[in-house]
Ligand binder design. Sequence first.
Ligand SMILES: NC(=O)c1ccc[n+]([C@@H]2O[C@H](COP(=O)([O-])OP(=O)(O)OC[C@H]3O[C@@H](n4cnc5c(N)ncnc54)[C@H](O)[C@@H]3O)[C@@H](O)[C@H]2O)c1
Length: 274
Amino acid sequence: MSEHICRKGATAVITGAASGIGAGLARRAAELGMRLVLADIDAERLQALGASLDTEVLAVPTDVTDEAAVDQLAARAWERFGGVDLLFNNAGVMATGFTWEISQRRFEHSFAVNVQGVLNGLRSFVPRLLQQGSRSHIVNTASIGGFLPSPLMSPYSATKFAVVALTESLHGELRMLDAPIGVSLLAPGPVQSGIFDDPFGDAPEQPAVRGFVEQLRGMLRENGLSPDEFAQRVFTGINEGRYWLLPQPELLDEALKARTEGILMRRDPQLPRY
Ligand SMILES: NC(=O)c1ccc[n+]([C@@H]2O[C@H](COP(=O)([O-])OP(=O)(O)OC[C@H]3O[C@@H](n4cnc5c(N)ncnc54)[C@H](O)[C@@H]3O)[C@@H](O)[C@H]2O)c1
């Protein structure tokens, strides 16, 4: 069996690293002795995380919606460490509300971060990884919501479905080229993080939306994995060479089966149960 991607001395790049899942991945990677390139729009929290890790860290404040900034991130990673072994396109945002009440600006922001952010990562890193020629791996973060759409968060559902689709395209393309770049689609269920800190934006206050968000916040609090436990499962999956990183299958499998059967049986969509 070839050497693990997640090994001591290898270099990992993580976007959205300053909080939640990204910070958990960074801590786990540091424990494994990996060198880290950490990116986030929140420069202060990013620096604080970087300083707390016992490994070599390059912290690069980066807005993943900015193509030039992400290209700069890649350039700095290669300049500092001479190569990249693992890329997490992890940054993401939540937006809730009734679909017709969510402003165009807010929809665009969800697409810019959750979809264009991932694409910017691929545009800047894949050509460099191909040129580098050694074994490497890319993990794109979608969500269980990328398989199971939900009311009151259509920007999130739509963008995460897009990440599921584009990651399968990417995987097929790299296999067509016989490239040494592995790909994984990561679909978290609830993980304790800041994802629901600001889900309303400029959408009007609606009791139904507030109640929905409170329910989801409660689910994260009570049933959410800690980012560190989650990160352990993710790194195990990467080292096993898995495309589908579904660390909480109990929240996906039955529901996805029911949804798929529902489509094949032409049944109307069922409201998800929270
Ligand atoms: N926590 C969950 O339950 C859960 C479930 C499914 C999927 N996810 C996905 O996991 C990923 C990480 O989310 P999280 O739960 O850790 O949330 P989080 O809010 O704790 O962390 C997201 C990080 O992304 C950063 N970010 C936001 N916009 C950015 C931008 N334009 N450029 C760079 N960084 C930016 C934030 O500053 C933050 O540090 C997201 O893609 C999210 O959709 C999370």
